[in-house]
Every structure is written in structure tokens, then in C-alpha cells.
Ligand binder design. Sequence first.
Ligand SMILES: [Zn+2]
Length: 295
Amino acid sequence: MKYRRTFLAYGTVMILGLAALAPLAHSQGQATPMRVNPLGQDAYWIEGGVGSNAGAIIGKDGVIVIDAKQTPESGRGLLAEVAKLTTKPMTHVILTHSNLDHVDGLASFPKGLTIIAQENCKKQMENPRSNPQNIDLRDYLPTKIVKEKESLTISGVRVELLHFAPAHTSGDLIIYLPDQKIAFTGDITVTRLPYPLIHLEDNGSSEGWIESMKGIVALDADTFVPGHGGVQTKAELQNRLANTAARRAKIKELVAQGKSLDEIKTALGEPLTPAASRQGFASFTEVVYKELSKS
Ligand SMILES: [Zn+2]
């Protein structure tokens, strides 16, 4: 009997293990080990798993989590990492935007949390543009909406929530901690590509991106946590802003001269076909061209 029970137990563990792995096959990214990086003053950023970076700030009585990763497994992994930092409960989640690599992990979070997001982020979550994993977020829709600016104190932590303009998406929200001088900037500041990724399909905007970056670099912050990749300094963001603004101005000039998209790409030394790393999303040049030739 004992052998049999042990065998059954192993069998069950194996089946559960395989079931847990299965959804990863449908996700857009590969799981990497999760790593918790301290930022000082009880703030952390968490990379790895499947999906974007996340954040955690430990307050007097509870924890604020920023973004939720991409899969229920990674969402669970994120909560397990936070639980290693503190026994205080997670009470609030703040979302930088609606893309699935930032929100779908919510599905394994406890229900009844205060979930804060920009109003367009909520609308996009109610009607997801892409839902390959069939994630049901109806119990995890934002419960508190921010339009442009909101100053809150959550569990003793001062938090400023800022939406300057549509940028990466129309529902971007920047989470600024004035006492820690840290800003979580979501995918506005991702540097994986030479120029920003703007989702026109989520009503993002290259002009709004420039406005948002001006707002971000004007913050009294030293550390900027992007949606993907390592932390950035203000000088790095200022540099990216200047390069991108110059690129946009150049594209604008070429559009005004009546150049075609292919002619503009050639003039800028870009390949005519998009790189595979963009996962089918339009390049910055394609986005700006589309925006400027629309009117
Ligand atoms: Zn992302």
C-alpha cells in the first residue's frame, strides 16, 4: 500500500508539473529565473519569469506591487518572491499599461486587491487586443482609475501616478516615488530596440512619447525602472529622448518632402522589412510615417 501511495503521489506531482508547464508553450516569452533587485528604502524591482519587470514597495502595513508578469505561473512566482521579502500582505497593484506581458499574471493574484491603472488601460483590459492564453481578468480589472495625475499615500508610502500623454499605449501610467527618487516607467523607456516601440493598435503616439519622456526626465528621480531590461539613469533617458526626437524630426522632414515609407527607411539606413525581434510590431519609422501621412 505504501509503495502504491508513493507511486500515486509521484504520478500526481508529475502530471501537475506538466500541467503547469503547458501554458508556457503558448506564451510569447521564455521563462527565465526570477531575480529580486533591491532599490533601497524597501523598494525592489523583479526581473525574470515570463513577461515584464515588476516592482514591489513594502509599506507600513502592506505591499504595493507594480505589474503582474505575463502568465499565471509567473504571477504566482512573483508573489512567492515578494513573500520572501515580507510577511505583510499585498494590498495594492499598480499597472503601467495593459499589455499582456504586464497584466496577465494577475489571474493568479488573490481577489479583492485595489488595482490602480490609467482609464484607457482599464478599457483595453476589458477588451484585450490579444489573449492567446485565454486569461480571464474579469475579477482583476482596475478598481481605481487615474486620468492624468494622482498623489496618494499607500501604507505610508508616497506615490505619484502620472499620465502625460498617450505614448507606448494610450493607457500608460508612470509610478513615481518622490521620497525614494525612483520612477517605474513601464514600456515607455524600454531600450531593447534603438527607438521606442509605440503601439498604434493601443492608441499610442510618437508625439505623446516625446511629451511623456520630457515629463519623466523632469522628475526629481535618480533611478528609472523600465518595463524590460535594467534600471536607467536620467542621463540615459535624456539621451534617448534627444535621439528619438531628432529621428522623429528627420522622418517628419522626409514625409513633408513627399518621400515614400521605403524611401524614408532607405534614407535612414534601415532595412525595408521589419526585424524579427519586433514580433510583428511596427518600427518607430513605420509608426511616425503612418501618423504623419494620416492627415
Ligand atoms: Zn512589455
